[in-house]
Design a binder for this molecule. Structure first.
Ligand SMILES: Nc1nc2c(c(=O)[nH]1)N[C@H]1C(S)=C(S)[C@@H](COP(=O)(O)OP(=O)(O)OC[C@H]3O[C@@H](n4cnc5c(=O)[nH]c(N)nc54)[C@H](O)[C@@H]3O)O[C@H]1N2
Ligand SMILES: Nc1nc2c(c(=O)[nH]1)N[C@H]1C(S)=C(S)[C@@H](COP(=O)(O)OP(=O)(O)OC[C@H]3O[C@@H](n4cnc5c(=O)[nH]c(N)nc54)[C@H](O)[C@@H]3O)O[C@H]1N2
Ligand code: SF4
Ligand SMILES: [Mo]
Length: 747
């Protein structure tokens, strides 16, 4: 078994994971035929190097250059000027070439002349497509008001249209996947606790202890983040990982806390209670920079090691060991705030607990702790913001919020309920832009009902994914390698021993010209805006013009950045040193006043029903959700998502590695497809695990369709986080099926 993989070996393989796909995998963009020999003979991957690329195979936006030959992109590399990812890009970043030239990509505007969900596509002109989008959306607004439109955006390309529909049109019915199904809870919980949204800004590179709750770094890959993590481990940081599964991180850990799913808050409360009771917290920091210590310590005092051990199904001695390790190394401990944190519907409290633990250890604004890097200040030109009252905001009842700590936008479930019921008002127009709600938002049947309730659905995408099947008009966007786009900013070091950090500004520039009839977000949005009566509000005619306006405060332009290698560097400021007015609300009066527990509080999740296992999911290291499933290189690396099953359970079920299985969940929903079994001691007996994003239903994704199982199709029970309104997705329970028989999971 893989458990005895040494740390040194991992450090080697992890560095490799963040480096390039081997040269032998590079194939001709036109023919798909390997050209290894001829390329090596030439000693270069292309004749010209184009700078200014910014990756969007995921949302981390590593900076790229492209090797071009005969007008074709041959290879992507990290931009040598990058102080973020440097020359490294991950497997997905490398495979961007195969997205660019994917034969299945959307090429022309399409009209659905069949049914939603069972489309029959007819190619139409941009003129006809834009006329139809403009007139249909305008008709919705004329009849029902701006709130009659809902929008499901995600990613850089959805920024401008999202602001158009929010600000100029005036709808509040906006549900971004990055907030309501991802990190929104983390952001608002940290804001409620510290006044600051955390991002992943934890200084792992300089930490003495790295403390992960769930975050499966190594499978979850963001290049510069992983580099910091590896640097920390190479520097001798101890690694503590709580995960019910032997994840890539657990495999490198010094302490693996094989926690019972959903109980992490109890674990964190016990650690904090131990630190308080044993005087092992940072008294100076607590006195100067926290609020509500007495109420907080009283509220958590019930959480003895034994009580938490029982709840979390882990040894009390291990919780003590973790607490002692943290105390001994404070304040240089990196308590990772997580990223995908919408897990069980009890998540705001867990995120508050992480923020409070960081405070007890005095680990804010210190080396190896939580930091707040200061990035370049840029402009924010965009659609003029018209003031709209809260009377149509579904998150308000009179002037009180339903979900007081909701991230920006409106909780997805409020929008969906309103669209389906028509109450309190009709929602009849839907814009999907860079999001795949069919596989991103739980309860697929409900999502279908939402689409079917619409007068008009438009979708802007690059690929024919599952959501595009529900569009009336489907518009092809130029990909991130073919367009200008918004800007990645951050800080880093030019030389490893630099004292002060450097800020970088990297606006996305095309590496090749847009092919076929693909257009960018500014073109598409402006043309629709003209047809909806907002021509006078248009802030910029082209993406280039808009980006130049955003760059103005830094006194740079797209042209000047291009001339300096695609990335602008300028002096930055140290991220260390606690601001005098920085306060951690250990007990938050604001949270209490909103009717929720003011001190972090554990709420038990629904137990696993007899005969079932809890369905857990996470990232495939070489895929990004569903968006990369049709990519032939990545599909080749990981074509499906074998389900992790505990070895003892497998024996009892008579299953062995590689057996084909399907699923049925506790609500009777069956998986559309099957996958294979991965038998392993590296998962608890009460859960199974699969990579998210597989099992696409769209036959136009010729490489990705039907490969593996779609976890989302089995997530039919939703838990709503009471403070934020975000989705909890891990309270779903499954049995396996094999050869037409249902297999009960033994207790
Ligand atoms: N390769 C790749 N990398 C990515 C992405 C991608 O698509 N592909 N996506 C990026 C994005 S947008 C995000 S948000 C991040 C997400 O990445 P993370 O934030 O790291 O994701 P999580 O869902 O928190 O972590 C999944 C892990 O949580 C464990 N887990 C499940 N239930 C529990 C529990 O109750 N307690 C604990 N302690 N652990 C549990 C699972 O076993 C699994 O190992 O990844 C980013 N990086
Ligand atoms: N069951 C389950 N659900 C989850 C998660 C999970 O782990 N399990 N993870 C959650 C998390 S952390 C996140 S961040 C979300 C991610 O949710 P999404 O962002 O919806 O996931 P993607 O699969 O990337 O789908 C995005 C869509 O954008 C399209 N696209 C890609 N590039 C472009 C572009 O340049 N322009 C346009 N217009 N479209 C483009 C893709 O083809 C795809 O249709 O999912 C969340 N939902
Ligand atoms: S982490 Fe990988 S996929 Fe994400 S932006 Fe960087 S190179 Fe691209
Ligand atoms: Mo995410």
């Amino acid at each position: 078994m893989a458990f005895n993989l040494t740390r040194r070996k991992f450090l080697q393989t992890a560095s490799l994971a963040a480096a390039a796909v081997p040269l032998s995998k590079v194939v001709s963009a036109e023919t798909g035929v390997a050209k290894k020999a001829s390329l090596e003979a030439k000693g270069t991957m292309g004749d010209t190097t184009v700078v200014g690329g910014v990756c969007e195979m995921c949302f981390w936006r590593c900076q790229l250059t492209g090797k071009i030959r005969d007008g074709q992109l041959m290879k992507l590399e990290g931009n040598p000027k990058s102080i973020d990812n440097g020359m490294s890009i991950c497997a997905r970043g490398n495979a961007g070439v195969k997205l660019l030239y994917d034969v299945d990509r959307l090429k022309y505007p399409l009209k659905n002349v069949g049914k939603r969900g069972e489309p029959v596509w007819k190619r139409i002109s941009w003129q006809e497509a834009l006329d139809e989008c403009g007139s249909k959306l305008k008709a919705v607004v004329d009849q029902h008001g701006p709130q009659g439109i809902c929008i499901f955006p995600h990613g850089a390309s959805a920024t401008y249209p999202m602001h158009y529909f929010e600000h100029a049109v005036g709808t509040t019915n906006v549900s971004e996947a990055s907030f309501f199904q991802c990190r929104g809870i983390r952001d608002t919980a940290y804001v409620a606790t510290t006044g600051k949204a955390p991002n992943e800004t934890v200084d792992m590179a300089n930490a003495k202890v790295i403390f992960l709750v769930g975050s499966h770094l190594g499978e979850n890959i963001h290049v510069s983040h992983i580099k910091g993590y590896i640097k920390g481990l190479q520097g001798g940081a101890k690694l503590v990982v709580a995960d019910p599964r032997y994840s890539a991180s657990a495999a490198k850990s010094d302490i693996w806390v094989q926690i019972k799913p959903g109980t992490d808050t109890a674990y964190l409360l016990a650690i904090m209670n131990y630190l308080v009771k044993n005087n092992k917290y940072d008294k100076e920091f607590v006195a100067k920079h926290t609020v509500g210590f007495d109420k907080f310590s009283a509220a958590i005092s019930e959480w003895t090691l034994d009580k938490a051990a029982k709840e979390c199904d882990i040894p009390a001695a291990q919780i003590k060991e973790v607490a002692e390790l943290l105390a001994a190394n404070a304040p240089n401990v990196a308590i990772h705030p997580g990223r995908h944190v919408s897990w069980y519907g009890n998540d705001f409290q867990r995120e508050r607990a992480l923020a409070c633990l960081t405070g007890l250890l005095g680990a804010y604004y210190v080396k190896g702790g939580w930091i707040d890097p200061i990035n370049a200040k840029l402009g924010k030109p965009g659609w003029p913001k018209h003031e709209h009252g809260n009377e149509h905001n579904l998150n308000f009842v009179s002037d009180k919020k339903v979900y007081p700590f909701s991230p920006p936008g409106t909780p997805t479930e409020l929008i969906r309920d309103c669209a389906i019921s028509g109450k309190p008002y009709p929602i009849k127009g839907c814009v999907v832009w860079g999001q795949n709600p069919m596989q991103t938002i739980p309860k697929q049947e409900k999502m279908k009902q939402v689409f079917n309730a619409m007068d008009f659905v438009m979708c802007v995408d690059v690929m024919p994914t599952d959501v595009t099947m529900w569009a009336d008009i489907l518009l092809p966007e130029s990909s991130y390698l073919e367009r200008h786009d918004f800007i990645k900013t951050g800080t880093g070091k030019v030389k490893a021993d630099d004292k002060e950090p450097t800020q970088f500004i990297a606006p996305r520039m095309p590496l090749v010209a847009a092919m076929f009839e693909r257009k960018d977000q500014v073109y598409i949005t402006n043309e629709i805006a003209k047809r909806m009566g907002h021509e006078k509000d248009i802030p910029a005619q082209t993406l280039e013009e808009l980006v130049d306006k955003v760059l103005e405060p830094a006194k740079i332009t797209l042209a000047s950045v291009k001339a300096e290698g695609g990335i602008h560097l300028q002096p930055g400021q140290s991220p260390y040193g606690v601001p005098d007015d920085f306060k951690v609300q250990l007990f938050s009066d604001e949270v209490a006043a909103a009717g929720h527990p003011g001190a972090p509080t554990y709420k038990a999740v629904e137990g696993v029903p007899a005969g079932h296992a809890r369905l857990l999911y996470g990232r495939a290291p070489v895929h990004t959700f569903n968006r990369s499933q049709n990519n032939v290189w990545l599909n080749h690396e990981m074509p499906d998502n074998p389900v992790w099953l505990n070895d003892e359970v497998a024996v009892k079920l008579g299953l062995k590695n590689g057996d084909t299985v399907g699923f049925i969940n506790s609500e009777g929903v069956k998986s559309r497809t099957t996958t294979t079994v991965k038998v392993t001691p590296g998962i608890r007996k009460d859960c199974v695990y699969m990579y998210h994003g597989y099992g696409s239903a769209n036959p136009l994704m010729t490489a990705g369709v039907g490969k593996g199982v779609d976890d989302q199709s089995l997530i039919t029970k939703i838990a709503i986080d009471p403070e934020t309104g975000c989705h909890g997705m891990r309270n779903n329970f499954v049995k396996l099926t094999k050869d037409g028989k249902t297999l009960d999971i033994p207790a």
